[in-house]
Design a protein. Structure first.
Length: 75
């Protein structure tokens, strides 16, 4: 009961190809590759995608801090 030789792996590969078909295996490989690429891109944290657009209803950061200071002085 040793490890599998190259002959064993070739037989397994032929059986898998017969069951699923080469086109389906190719599509599964492409899907897996694109998933890995997306995962790596997500881990890198692309700066453009991580920036949240500021909504128009949100005050500018300078205006928000000025409004906070103004409310603190009136208390």
């Amino acid at each position: 009961m040793g490890s599998w030789s190259i002959g064993h792996w070739l037989i397994v590969l032929v059986i898998v190809a017969l069951i699923f078909g080469t086109k389906k295996l190719r599509n599964m490989g492409e899907d897996l590759g694109s998933a890995v690429k997306s995962f790596r891109k997500g881990l890198q944290g692309d700066d453009k995608s991580s920036e949240q657009p500021q909504l128009k209803a949100d005050p500018e950061p300078d205006q928000a801090s000025a409004a906070d200071k103004k409310s603190e002085t009136t208390r």
